[in-house]
Design a protein around this ligand. Structure first.
Ligand code: EMZ
Length: 386
C-alpha cells in the first residue's frame, strides 16, 4: 500500500447491514457505520448518552485509568449545553488575526527546523512538536511549556507497551493540578485563569471541573492532530504535483484541508451508552450497552461521497464528520483547521518535494477491522523550493 493510502476496512460491513461488532475489554459494542445513521444517532442524545461513567464512551474505554470526567464531551444536554456555552468564545479565538499570525509563525519555525535536517522523523520530531507548540496558543501560556508536553510523547494515556497507562495519565493530572493552583494564586490571561473566573449556571467552576476541561483539551487534540499532520506530509510526499496546485491556487486551501481531514479521519469512532433497550440499525441494543459512531466509516460512505477512497483536493460537496457531528462536534476544530491550513499553505510555498525514506504504519485493530490511522514512524527528506 502506498504510504499516502489509508484503507477503508468498513466498506463491506457498511454495505451489508451498516453495522460492525467488536468487544472492548469485555464490553460488547455495536459500531454504526453509515453516514446517515451516524448523524442520526449522534443527534439522539436522549437514547445514546455521553454522560456515562468517565472514560466509558472512549474506545478503548479509559474507565480503568481515570475517574476524571472530561468536560464537556462526557456530559449530555442540558448540562452539556451550559458548560459548552462557557467555553465556546475561548475556542473561537483561532479566528482572531493575531492568533492566525502567531500560528503562522509557529508553523514557519517548525519548517525552518525541518530544513536543517537531512532526514527527519516526522511523528516525534515534527508533528508532536508542532502540535505542542500550537497548543501553547490555544492555552495562551508561555512557549516554554511545550517542552514538557513534548516529553510526554504522542499520547497522554498510552505508552509504547501499554495502551492504557495509568502512570502516564497521572503525570498529566498532577501537571494540571499544579497549573490550576498556580493560576489561582496568580491569575493571568491563560486558559486556567479564564476557567477559574468562569461561571456556569451562576456558579464558579470547581478545580475538578477545570481539570476535566483541560484533560480533554490535552488528550482530545493530541494524537488526532499528530496523525493529521503526519499523514499530510505522507500525502504530499507522494503527490508533489498537489503542492504546485495549491501554490498556484491558494484559494483551494479550504476545500483541500477539509478533504484531507475527511480522508484521514484521525478519530476513528466515539462511543455512546444506550439509555434503554432499543434497536440500532435493526440490531437489538441493550440498555447500558455501548455503541460507537464510526466517523471514519461514515466519511467513506459511497452514498454521500463520490469516489470516497480518492483524495480530491477540490471536492466541493464534503459533509464529512471527522470532527464529530451535532451536539458534541469538536470544540478544537477551529484551532485544528487553522493549523492544517497554515501548514499546507506553507508547505506548498516552501517545499518542492518530500522523499519518504522509510515508514512504519500505525494500524488500529477494532474487532475484525484493521485500520491504518497514521504512522509510528515516518522518515523523510525535504527538498525546499529554490
Ligand atoms: C478523549 C478523546 C476525545 C480521550 C475527541 O476525542 O481523545 C482520546 O485521544 C483521549 O484518549 O481521553 O479525550
Amino acid at each position: 500500500m502506498p504510504h499516502s493510502e489509508f484503507n477503508d476496512p468498513f466498506k463491506e460491513a457498511r454495505e451489508k447491514d451498516g453495522i460492525g461488532e467488536m468487544v472492548d475489554q469485555g464490553d460488547p459494542m455495536l459500531m454504526v457505520l453509515g453516514h446517515e445513521d451516524v448523524k442520526a444517532y449522534a443527534k439522539d442524545h436522549e437514547t445514546f448518552r455521553s454522560g456515562a461513567t468517565p472514560g466509558r464512551i472512549v474506545v478503548p474505554s479509559e474507565e480503568k485509568i481515570r475517574d476524571i470526567r472530561q468536560i464537556p464531551f462526557e456530559m449530555d444536554p442540558p448540562e452539556h449545553t451550559a458548560y459548552r456555552g462557557a467555553l465556546e468564545d475561548w475556542f473561537r479565538r483561532p479566528y482572531q488575526k493575531e492568533y492566525d499570525a502567531a500560528l503562522d509563525k509557529i508553523v514557519a519555525q517548525s519548517l525552518t527546523e525541518v530544513f536543517e535536517h537531512d532526514v527527519i522523523e516526522i511523528v516525534t520530531e515534527f508533528s508532536l512538536r508542532l502540535q505542542s507548540n500550537a497548543l501553547t496558543l490555544l492555552l495562551n501560556v508561555p512557549d516554554s511549556e511545550a517542552k514538557t508536553w513534548i516529553s510526554w510523547g504522542t499520547h497522554v494515556f498510552r505508552s509504547d507497551d501499554n495502551p492504557l497507562d495509568s502512570d502516564k495519565a497521572n503525570v498529566l493530572f498532577q501537571y494540571l493540578e499544579k497549573q490550576i493552583n498556580k493560576s489561582a494564586d496568580h491569575p493571568g490571561e491563560d486558559m486556567y485563569s479564564v476557567l477559574l473566573a468562569a461561571e456556569v449556571n451562576g456558579k464558579k467552576l470547581t478545580k475538578e471541573e477545570i481539570k476535566g476541561i483541560m484533560t480533554l483539551t490535552f488528550a482530545g487534540g493530541r494524537d488526532t492532530i499528530i496523525n493529521a499532520v503526519t499523514n499530510t506530509i505522507a500525502y504530499f510526499a507522494e503527490h508533489p504535483e498537489s503542492l504546485d496546485t495549491i501554490k498556484d491556487d491558494p484559494k483551494l486551501i479550504h476545500k483541500a484541508t477539509e478533504e484531507l481531514i475527511r480522508y484521514f479521519s484521525p478519530l476513528t469512532h466515539m462511543g455512546r451508552v444506550v439509555e434503554e433497550d432499543t434497536q440500532v440499525c435493526q440490531h437489538a441494543a441493550k440498555a447500558n450497552s455501548k455503541i460507537s459512531l464510526c466517523w471514519a466509516s461514515a466519511n467513506r460512505d459511497e452514498r454521500v461521497f463520490e469516489a470516497p477512497n480518492e483524495v480530491k483536493l477540490d471536492r466541493s460537496k464534503n459533509p464529512h464528520v471527522a470532527f464529530g457531528f451535532g451536539t458534541h462536534n469538536c470544540l478544537g476544530a477551529h484551532h485544528t483547521r487553522k493549523l492544517m491550513k497554515s501548514l499546507i499553505l506553507q508547505l506548498a510555498k516552501k517545499v518542492k518535494q518530500i522523499d519518504v525514506i522509510d515508514a512504519e504504519e500505525n494500524i488500529e485493530e477494532w474487532g475484525s477491522f484493521s485500520r491504518k490511522v497514521g504512522f509510528e514512524k515516518l522518515n523523510v527528506r525535504f527538498h525546499p523550493r529554490e
